[in-house]
Ligand binder design. Structure first.
Ligand SMILES: NC(=O)c1ccc[n+]([C@@H]2O[C@H](COP(=O)([O-])OP(=O)(O)OC[C@H]3O[C@@H](n4cnc5c(N)ncnc54)[C@H](O)[C@@H]3O)[C@@H](O)[C@H]2O)c1
Length: 276
């Protein structure tokens, strides 16, 4: 598991910036993408608000950032609740003094099976976690982002929003999140705000490790073009760093797959890898 903190760069690519990262804690040992993004942003000079439903998980991230000499603040709350999102953003801005970057990272699967087997409340939970959360947080953050210097929104979708996997809630919500990002990019582009979305492929995180059988883990890796490489949270964090930084000042409305080529490979080539 990717539980060790890699040697992090100190290039100060986000020096002087402030950022909110949602889902900045991690389930169990190791690094989910939110935790890795928060730590990498802080190591590059950003001051970060660590938003999580679970205060203890976010506190672990804060302690890691402090140990690396970075600055962060924990803001506990739920990103699927409109009032909570308003409070989360207000508390974050009060603590940080401004807001340059918003990373909407919270998301997870909710329910599987055929349509008639799915409880509508569970389906709605998937839509809330994977789509409404980005709307509610961005809506609350926009006035502050427009007043800031960075003006960057980064959403974390999934390759499940680009290719069908037979799931009624997660994939459709992630597909809508990709389009929501483009709509945001157009809505505020004239104000200088950039909105981009990352589509992670098969990434080994504590959540995935907890729920994956060993064969599923190797299948997730082998099916991509880069079949010898297992993606981890740091691959997503480095993509988010680029999109958050001034290096991406002319990049907006983009969906960047970080997936080892799993959305690019042809079905037959993928099949031959799995069976060959
Ligand atoms: N791991 C993968 O293979 C993979 C693939 C594609 C996309 N993704 C996406 O990457 C993102 C991160 O996934 P991850 O598994 O690394 O998770 P993560 O470890 O980054 O985030 C998990 C954290 O989110 C918090 N959280 C859950 N619900 C919340 C809520 N309502 N409000 C605030 N915090 C909440 C949890 O307490 C937990 O600490 C998700 O959007 C996921 O859909 C992951």
């Amino acid at each position: 598991m990717n539980s060790e903190v890699p040697s992090l760069p100190r290039l100060a690519r986000l020096k002087g910036c402030t950022a909110i990262v949602t889902g900045a804690g991690s389930l169990g040992e190791g690094f989910g993408t939110g935790k890795a993004i928060a730590l990498l942003f802080a190591s590059e000079g950003a001051r970060v608000a660590l938003v999580d439903l679970d205060r203890d998980r976010a506190e672990e991230t804060r302690a890691l950032i402090a140990a690396e000499g970075g600055e962060s603040v924990v803001v506990q709350g739920s990103v699927v609740d409109a009032d909570d999102c308003a409070r989360i953003v207000a508390e974050s801005v009060a603590a940080l003094g401004s807001l340059d970057i918003l990373v909407n990272n919270v998301g997870m699967g909710a329910g599987s099976g055929k349509l008639e087997e799915i409880d509508p409340a569970i389906w709605q939970r998937g839509v809330n976690l994977n789509l409404a959360s980005a709307f509610l947080m961005t809506r609350a953050a926009v006035p502050h982002l427009l007043a800031g210097a960075g003006k960057a929104v980064i959403n974390i979708a999934s390759v499940a929003g680009m290719r069908a996997h037979g799931n009624a809630s997660y994939g459709p919500a992630k597909a809508a999140m990709i389009q929501f990002t483009r709509e945001t990019a157009v809505m505020y582009g004239a104000d200088g705000l950039r909105a981009n979305v990352i589509a992670p492929g098969h990434i080994m995180t504590p959540l995935v490790e907890k729920f994956s059988a060993p064969t599923a883990r190797s299948n997730r890796q082998r099916v991509g073009a880069l079949s010898a490489v297992e993606g981890n949270a740091w691959d997503i964090a480095y993509a988010a760093l680029f999109l958050a930084s001034a290096e991406a000042r002319f990049v907006s409305g983009v969906c960047l797959p970080v997936d080892g080529g799993v959305t690019m490979i042809g079905p037959l080539a993928a099949f031959e890898r799995m069976t060959g």
